[in-house]
Design a protein around this ligand. Structure first.
Ligand code: FES
Length: 290
């Protein structure tokens, strides 16, 4: 009941979060596409995990401590903690903006609401800090009031951010629920040249209920799951690069065809890779790599 009310309230913000989100997204997409190394560092490709999710816990915990120090009457500790909280908020925001640059649809609208609330909280904290610094060693009523108010906005922003991940599945691996499986299954290339898989191009193939993307190198067939781990783009419609590496057509994540290793973001997850061999009696069969 409460969740439905909150969802309706968030959806109602679409009148401004959609146009604003599209505008900001255009800028961030342009910015981060131009510096992929920075984007990859901020999204957390090096960690194999979204960095934003790791960083967001710090400001929430630290900024709650500001309230605790205010309540127990230690304004100096509250001010120092507030400075640390603001710095960790800025770090989390940088990582969040890198995620936002490749967020589409409803998730982009929600992410716009989330980041707007976080920026509002940040502004409140900065004004609170100014009040505190202006009042010397004594407690500032305005500073205390603003940090409590900002924490409420921060908590609302965190709720919306949780929705982006847990409800809309943004930055969740598209293979989170896919089992490994060890059975060899007949592989059916959608495009076969006289029964053979053509060389030097990406080829789509069915493997039971799964779709794979293949590259043939002589007798060797390299295969990955076709659904991009980042947001579900069809890899068979992407580009084949040297390596061989496949580039997703949606946000340009790149995966090594031999083992699915992600070599360029925004994906932070490796892609499921498959072994392929000749089948007795003709054709091919495949199974997921261990
Ligand atoms: S869906 Fe985003 S990079 Fe593939």
């Amino acid at each position: 009941m409460l969740a439905r009310m909150l969802t309706r309230a968030m959806d109602a913000q679409g009148v401004w979060t959609k146009p604003l989100g599209d505008l900001v997204h255009r800028f961030l997409f342009w910015l981060f596409q131009g510096i992929p190394a920075l984007r990859d560092m901020l999204v957390g490709r090096w960690l194999g995990h979204p960095l934003h999710a790791v960083l967001t816990d710090a400001p929430i915990g630290i900024l709650f401590l500001v309230i605790v120090f205010d309540v127990i009457g230690n304004p100096a500790a509250a001010t120092t903690t507030l400075v640390v909280g603001i710095l960790t908020m800025l770090a989390a925001a940088l990582a969040g903006f890198a995620d936002y640059a490749d967020t589409d649809g409803k998730a982009r609208e929600r992410a716009t609401l989330h980041s707007s609330l976080m920026l509002l909280a940040l502004l409140g904290y900065l004004v609170s800090l100014a009040f505190r610094l202006g009042s010397g060693s004594s407690a500032s009523a305005g500073g205390v009031f603003l940090s409590v108010l900002s924490f409420l906005v921060l908590a609302a922003g965190a709720y919306v951010g949780g929705d982006v991940v847990y409800v809309l599945g943004n930055m969740v691996s598209r293979h989170a629920f896919r089992g490994a499986g060890t059975k060899w299954i007949a592989l059916e290339p959608v495009e076969a040249d006289g029964g053979e898989i053509p060389e030097g191009k990406l080829v789509k193939a069915k493997l039971g209920i799964n779709t794979l993307v293949l590259v043939r190198q002589g007798e060797k067939i390299l295969a990955l799951h076709d659904t991009c781990a980042h947001a579900g783009g069809p890899l068979n419609e992407g580009k084949l690069l040297d390596g061989p590496v496949v580039e997703c057509p949606w946000h340009s994540s790149r995966y090594r065809m031999a083992d699915g290793l992600v070599v360029q973001g925004p994906s932070v997850y490796d892609q499921p890779a498959y072994e392929v061999r000749r089948r007795e009696g003709g054709g091919w069969e495949a199974r997921r790599q261990a």
